[in-house]
Design a protein around this ligand. Sequence first.
Ligand code: ADP
Ligand code: MG
Length: 296
Amino acid sequence: AIPLVIAISTAVSAKAGILVKDRLALEKMRVVDVVLFDKTGTLTAGQPAVAGVVASTGDQDPAATAQLLAQAGAAEADSEHPLARAIVAAARSAGSLPAASNFASHTGRGVQADVDGARITVGGPAVLDTTDGHVPEPVHTAAAQWAAQGSTVLYVLRDGHVAGALALDDRIRPESAEAIDRLHKLGVRTAMITGDARTVADTVAGQIGIDDVFAQVLPADKDSKVAELQARGHTVAMVGDGVNDAPALARADVGIAIGAGTDVAIESAGVVLASDDPRSVVGVVTLSRASYRKMW
Ligand code: ADP
Ligand code: MG
């Protein structure tokens, strides 16, 4: 027979949109002292949009700017990444996309393709390591400003030289700051993990009030950050939505898949949240504490 307390908490949890797949995970949530959130799609809406374009000749050059966006869109056409979809949408609404061939994707870094007779690369700041290090002044200035505002900056390379950059904005969920504040009031520390650059990550974390930030983490390394926290004596809940997050969700003491997460994320999690409101994570803590308080 199912113990009464479990039956009750299951009914309460269903009402709160908390699906408990693994009862031990819910029980363990009571003693979790760090909640680690994936940034993109969890604390942010996960639907970035292009907010700025700069070519090496500066923003006073509309023809160069249009060409840069078109070539970046062409290079991203075969990528499933939300950043790619945003670039393709912006490029298509500005005109038609040039043809691209020899597409290559580098997980957590960016893409490459041949467009207009040149090798086009689109990716985060790490792609600058593959260049001679020269960043044209207008690109440098715009990129620094965008990053300080919390925008994701992607560089566009033409045959290995910096040809320009794009700013992508992803809206922070309005409920994120309250979720973090309520976790802190429950005595739980908060952390954020992302593949995005350090400046962006720090800006977003600062706006939400997150305690600790892991930035520029490659998808394959997310679960080792969870292990690192555990090695320091923490009991860790990980909250994520993406395919990238599955190993970290599995590694965490409590894996929580949020909203319309990918199937892989849902499979790897002990708790699944029906809504994508990060405040429902607070509900998991309070439910766990109420259900398992000094029962046995
Ligand atoms: P997150 O951890 O925020 O979900 P990802 O690991 O998916 O992010 O991506 C991390 C970084 O890799 C992005 O911020 C971006 O710099 C780069 N990146 C990933 N995919 C692409 C792409 N298709 N085009 C350009 N850059 C990309
Ligand atoms: Mg994500």
